[in-house]
Design a protein around this ligand. Structure first.
Ligand code: DGL
Length: 262
């Protein structure tokens, strides 16, 4: 699995719950985080280098645990690696649209995701049945990367970004960036009671499970697996985050993904 940073750990958490036997290597591209303000070409180049690294480590399936990288790179990676099952993130517009009673939903994501074809296609597909309000979560990724999940400043950043929702009767908010589930308590606190947050991590993990079975790749071992965590920068704060937020004692090592890039 990979993400620009720690956000994809919200998917790792679901995936390892659903598939407790599968060993997972999680790569955080923290040297290049955030991806949200980068060009689609840069994000594709990073995603390609990381995919090559993960294949070199023995990966049999890749989960792009990042909406921004999925939007910029999933199609091209599938073309370049036709044999490799690749699971990407998708903003959960469909379930949110289905469950909305007010007929208004918001999609909270990075600016790159909101500009990407994947989201624009989804929006066009559901525009007739619900009003879809795109909302950039500026500053949210940085809060999570800094391990700040609850300071006064974090509350303020979240409240400020959600301010435009005050004028709408939104009842479903799609978390369209994998960092955001770590801020869900702040997002909930800034919204009227009863607004539902929709996180696709579980659905994405179920898709990974289906693909593992379809390709005959599911592990047959019944031993508890060893998970690996690697990052392109800042291993120390990543270990702290793992311990504090996920209660996981995993070691984190630094890798140079570029050394296998070409
Ligand atoms: N976790 C990311 C996503 O799902 C990336 C955020 C970023 O690096 O800007 O979009």
């Amino acid at each position: 699995m990979f993400d620009s940073g720690l956000g994809g750990l919200s998917v790792w958490r679901e995936l390892t719950r659903l598939l407790p036997q599968e060993p997972v290597i999680y790569l955080a591209d923290r040297a290049y985080c955030p991806y949200g303000g980068r060009s689609a070409e840069d994000i594709l180049a990073r995603s390609e280098a990381i995919t090559r690294y993960l294949i070199g480590q023995g990966a049999k399936l890749i989960v792009i645990a990042c909406n921004t990288a999925t939007s910029a790179a999933a199609r091209e990676l599938r073309r370049r690696y036709p044999e490799l099952p690749i699971v990407g993130m998708e903003p959960a517009v469909k379930p949110a649209a289905l469950h909305s009673r007010s007929g208004q939903i918001a999609v909270l994501a990075t600016r790159a995701t909101l500009k990407g074809d994947k989201f624009l296609d989804l929006k066009a597909q559901y525009d007739d049945s619900v009003d879809i309000l795109p909302l950039p979560g500026d500053g949210f990724v940085e809060l999570v990367e800094n391990g700040d999940l609850g300071s006064d400043e974090a509350h303020q950043v979240v409240r400020r970004q959600l301010q435009p929702l005050q004028a709408h009767a939104v009842d479903q908010v799609v978390l369209g960036c994998t960092h955001y589930p770590f801020l869900s308590h702040l997002i909930e606190a800034a919204l009227p009671a009863g607004v539902k947050l929709v996180d696709p991590a579980r659905a994405v993990s179920q898709q990974a499970e289906r693909l593992l079975h379809r390709h005959g790749l599911a592990t047959t071992s019944s031993h508890a697996p060893t998970h690996r965590f690697v990052t392109t920068a800042d291993a120390g704060s990543m270990s702290d985050f793992l311990r504090r937020v996920l209660d996981h004692q995993g070691e984190v090592s630094v890798v140079d993904v570029d050394s296998v890039a070409d």
